[in-house]
Design a protein around this ligand. Structure first.
Ligand SMILES: CCCCCCCCCC/C=C\CCCCCCCCCC(=O)SCCNC(=O)CCNC(=O)[C@H](O)C(C)(C)COP(=O)(O)OP(=O)(O)OC[C@H]1O[C@@H](n2cnc3c(N)ncnc32)[C@H](O)[C@@H]1OP(=O)(O)O
Ligand SMILES: Cc1cc2nc3c(=O)[nH]c(=O)nc-3n(C[C@H](O)[C@H](O)[C@H](O)COP(=O)(O)OP(=O)(O)OC[C@H]3O[C@@H](n4cnc5c(N)ncnc54)[C@H](O)[C@@H]3O)c2cc1C
Length: 645
């Protein structure tokens, strides 16, 4: 900020906590903070990684530019001998969806998780050096959610010792895989295994798609891009493919491990939600402090829009959720590491919980984040609709997260199956553990009464936790009782699916709240840091309570009076967070390059920069627009003639 006026300096001076320490908490450790900071600056200072022109590039130019960036990123990774952690941060700050995401994020993990030792030795060295580029080809035109419904077959031919991979119908064409359309040379293709005329379910097969010499598809393979997607620029940097194909090499692993790649990716998507959410919140918070409307007294300055209680009521719960998702993401990473170690020792016991947690939290955090980005756009008024605000593109890139890697409703129904199984086993030998341990106290939770008598009582974490546990336990038991009335359980499950989804959401919200509370029990250094996090935790929980008041009241977990007191407490928390709002988003430590937003600039110098940006639009290359002589001038002349008549 040397020599630059900081329009947000007054806001920064108001902070009541140590921002530098909060940056460490947000990053996860001092090591990660320093590494991220270094790589973010490296990316921001490299002209190849410029991204402010994405909205105006044609699809072909956009795609070619992405190829250029990916190649340049790889070159820098090799030249600078970056570690895996550094390379992954570099990808994060480059901030452009590309085929490399699927290569590193799904193809490599699928081979690591599902291939035999021999196959790993063959394929991984090639993939690590990017001598082959891979994608994850599961979804077909006709089936995505229903993996067991995939039609592509892999028939073993003992004569040639080969598998014949066949897409017999239009609907069995692989459709959507990222990177497949134009780049990938190889794919992990999911197909129904057939040997000796017998079917053995869906398995993954490594298939070569394109020649490594001239990039042409191999014989028998038809391949291309599926077409433009939502939003200009946005996810259109990615080629999503369609293919119908040929022959391959096999793998043969237990079904649970085939699912392992999805568990891994869903876990990364939860961490990613806190990044996208914090980015939108950073933009909306800084702009809300810069923007003034109404309230001028005696010719004085107008009110900063961030001081309106309605603005705080919409914005601060999103800020709180960004921190909440950060911490639940950290915990989920730990859970995933733990389950992976167990699987390696052939212990499958914690896989159902890991599946339920990754599926449920992927659903909860992505739905919330997509809605929140749109809310942040509205919080920025008209300027939020400009591409230069960074919010339209962020929304367009982010929103498919609600669908890919499992449709969010389909995933909540998986959580519901897990919850119903847990309820059905209550009272048996099998005690609920981990995230369902609270069900072990179901008798107490079914009849306990919330003790809140005044607004401040809602600041007690045990009070919050018990209200959330009672709500979830009561909703789960109620729907389980209804299910028991159906002669056919599967029919009952379909009929009651809306209630089941609501119980799953309640369970997932409870997980997020409880992990935030657990985080606060750790030693957190830095003046005021823990206090501010405590406020955010309370805002996150009480805002959910307010938004889902119907659940809490109808289950009798709290009274209407207690609901109203929670709201009073929320308002008071907003006032306490207000002076810290800018510092809380500064703690994300985002560079202006990464934010990609005129409204979210660190220095708050919004208006001159908005004006400058507007002049950069290609429409402003000429004063008189192309088309004037063909379309405007004749129109005006006609009007002139009409006017004379
Ligand atoms: C430049 C260089 C840079 C270098 C560094 C770069 C680093 C970059 C890193 C990038 C990192 C990450 C980026 C990642 C990119 C993300 C982009 C995302 C792209 C999106 C990809 C996709 O979308 S792939 C396709 C995904 N598809 C789905 O998710 C399909 C959804 N459907 C399902 O998952 C399932 O079919 C189902 C869950 C719906 C189950 O259906 P069903 O009811 O039919 O059940 P089943 O019979 O199948 O299941 C029976 C039992 O199995 C249990 N089950 C189900 N799923 C799982 C699971 N995943 N894990 C464990 N167990 C599972 C189920 O519960 C049943 O159990 P029981 O009840 O006990 O029998
Ligand atoms: C940007 C993007 C990238 C992708 N990348 C890849 C990739 O790299 N590789 C890959 O293999 N795939 C990829 N996909 C595909 C993606 O995984 C699927 O689209 C996703 O799993 C959803 O499946 P679907 O499209 O079949 O939705 P559908 O299942 O057809 O969903 C349609 C509607 O039906 C509802 N529905 C479906 N089943 C049920 C049910 N049992 N109960 C109640 N409601 C139900 C859903 O909630 C939804 O509202 C990608 C998709 C997108 C958008």
């Amino acid at each position: 900020m040397d020599g630059v006026v900081d329009h947000l300096a007054d806001e920064r001076n108001k902070a009541q906590f140590d921002v530098e320490e909060m940056k460490i908490v947000w990053a996860g450790s001092r090591h990660v903070f320093e590494l991220s900071d270094r790589i973010a600056r490296l990316v921001a200072s490299d002209p190849v990684f410029r991204k402010d022109n994405r909205a105006t590039l044609s699809r072909k130019d956009l795609f070619k530019n992405t190829l250029r960036k990916a190649a340049h990123a790889w070159k820098r990774i090799i030249e600078l001998r970056l570690s895996e952690e550094e390379a992954s941060k570099l990808r994060f700050y480059v901030d452009e969806a590309a085929f490399t995401d699927l290569h590193w994020g799904m193809f490599v993990p699928a081979i690591k998780g599902q291939a035999t030792e021999e196959q790993q030795q063959k394929w991984l060295p090639l993939a690590y050096k990017m001598q082959i580029i891979g994608c994850y080809a599961q979804t077909e035109l006709g089936h995505g959610s229903n993996v067991q419904g995939l039609e592509t077959t892999a028939t073993f031919d003992p004569q040639t010792d080969e598998f014949d991979i066949h897409s017999p119908t239009l609907t069995s064409s692989k459709w959507w895989p990222g990177g497949l359309g134009k780049v990938s040379t190889h794919a992990v293709v999911y197909a129904r295994l057939i040997t000796d005329g017998q079917e053995h379910g869906v398995h993954g097969f490594i298939v070569q798609l394109r020649s490594l010499d001239d990039h042409l598809p191999l014989p028998g393979i038809t391949i291309g891009d599926i077409g433009m997607k939502f939003g200009n620029g946005a996810y259109n940097t990615m080629d999503n493919g369609v293919t119908r194909n040929g022959k391959c090499v096999r793998s043969n692993v237990p079904r649970q491990l085939i699912y392992g790649t999805m568990v891994f990716v869903r876990q990364t998507i939860v961490s990613d939600a806190s990044c996208a959410l914090s980015r939108a919140v950073c933009i909306a918070t800084r702009y809300s402090a810069v923007r003034r409307q109404f309230g001028s007294q005696n010719g004085g300055v107008e009110t900063q829009v961030i001081d309106y209680k309605t603005q705080q009521n919409r914005l601060f719960p999103l800020l709180a959720a960004a921190y909440a998702f950060r911490f639940v993401g950290e915990w989920l990473k730990w859970l995933y590491t733990d389950v992976t170690q167990r699987l390696q020792a052939n212990d499958f016991s914690t896989l159902p919980e890991a599946h339920a947690c990754t599926a449920g939290l992927k659903s909860l955090t992505t739905t919330f984040t997509a809605d929140a980005i749109e809310e942040c756009r509205k919080l920025c008024g008209g300027h939020g609709y400009l591409c230069s605000s960074g919010l339209p593109e962020l929304f367009a890139v982010y929103v498919p997260a609600c669908t890919y890697e499992g449709d969010n409703v389909v995933l909540l129904l998986q959580v519901a199956r897990f919850l119903m199984k847990t309820v059905s086993q209550l009272g048996s030998e099998k005690k609920p553990v981990g995230t369902t341990a609270y069900m072990g106290r179901v008798e107490h939770l079914m009849q306990c009464r919330c003790s809140v008598q005044k607004a401040e009582d809602w600041l007690n974490p045990n009070t919050i936790l018990e209200a959330f546990e009672a709500r979830t336990a009561r909703m789960s038991v109620a729907v389980a009782q209804k299910l028991a009335q159906f002669a056919n359980p599967e029919e009952g499950f379909l009929e009651l699916s809306p209630n089941l989804v609501e119980a799953s959401v309640a369970h997932c919200q409870l997980i997020v709240v409880s992990k935030f509370i657990e985080k606060l029990q750790q030693d957190i250094p830095g003046k005021g840091v823990k206090e501010l996090l405590g406020m955010l935790c309370n805002i996150y929980a009480l805002n959910i309570l307010h938004k889902h008041l119907g659940d809490f009241l109808s289950t009798g977990s709290i009274t209407p009076k207690q609901g109203s007191l929670a709201n009073d407490q929320l308002r008071s928390l907003y006032s306490q967070v207000r002076p810290n709002a800018i510092a809380l988003v500064d703690a994300f430590n985002y560079t202006d390059h990464y934010l990609g937003s005129v409204l979210g600039r660190y220095d708050g110098n919004v208006y001159p920069k908005l004006y400058e940006e507007a002049w950069k639009d290609p429409l402003n290359d000429s004063v008189v627009p192309d088309g004037y002589h063909e379309y405007i001038r004749p129109l005006l002349k006609n009007q002139l003639r009409n006017a004379r008549l």
